[in-house]
Design a protein around this ligand. Structure first.
Ligand code: SAM
Length: 214
């Protein structure tokens, strides 16, 4: 069961119109940002990639294009409607697979991954669940492999400019605000990773945190 303080388990109306809603919220830029973040992970041909909370499969298709026939992509999610959209979007991609799997519950991937990617999911997990996810990533990522997290930037929400104040402070779940205000890189680094790069997007509202497994 997900936390009642979270909004990341997307269902019903929101799941049916997820891409449209995100497109409206970002003035049509959502897919473009997500694909840019995928490229910014440094992923290359032949890589084995696991995505946590793969949603409607936008990142999956971009990964599939880059990793090519030698690579493998596995997307884990629990949203039936979101997964159906992802499967439809990626139906012609032979290097892509989706699995119904709670990311905070223990799992073994069929290969040691070169890269784990997660976008707009970590902020919606309670800290003990974040820890369980990090343990799963560590167990299935090869030493030296990358863990890339696209999510809100670190900020003091009330002291920030109006967009993050409204988006994170008012529209999002309380966990999103806690995420923005915690020291997320330090939280991850305490669990066997090292922050290797940090890229900011959209006037620094969003960040791509790239960690390396030690
Ligand atoms: C906010 S959406 C983000 C989707 C996609 N990553 C993106 O950036 O567009 C969150 C996704 O994570 C999935 N999700 C939420 N909690 C999860 C969990 N505990 N285990 C697996 N998937 C989860 C939801 O079903 C949904 O598809």
């Amino acid at each position: 069961m997900g936390s009642p303080r979270s909004k990341v388990e997307v269902k019903g109306f929101e799941a049916r119109y997820y891409d449209l809603l995100m497109g409206i919220l970002t003035l049509g830029q959502y897919g473009r940002w997500l694909k840019r973040a995928v490229r910014d992970t440094g992923v290359g041909p032949g890589w084995k990639v696991v995505e946590l909370g793969s949603g409607t499969g936008i990142a999956a298709c971009e990964f599939s294009r880059i990793i090519g026939d030698e690579g493998k992509y596995l997307g884990l999610d629990i949203g039936k409607e979101m997964m159906a959209k992802a499967e439809k979007r990626c139906r012609k991609r032979k290097n892509v697979e989706f699995l119904f799997q709670r990311i905070e519950e223990p799992f073994n991937t069929p290969f040691p991954a070169d890269l784990f990617f997660v976008s707009f999911v970590m902020h919606g997990l309670e800290n003990p669940d974040k820890e369980k996810v990090l343990a799963n990533v560590r167990n299935n990522l090869r030493p030296g492999g990358r863990f890339a997290v696209l999510d809100y930037s670190q900020m003091e929400v009330e002291k920030s400019w109006f967009l993050p104040r409204i988006l994170i402070g008012k529209l999002e779940c309380p966990l999103a605000r806690e995420f923005a205000e915690m020291n997320f890189p330090a939280f991850v680094e305490k669990r066997g990773f090292k922050l290797a790069a940090l890229k900011k997007y959209f006037l620094s509202v969003f960040s791509l945190y790239i960690f390396v497994r030690e």
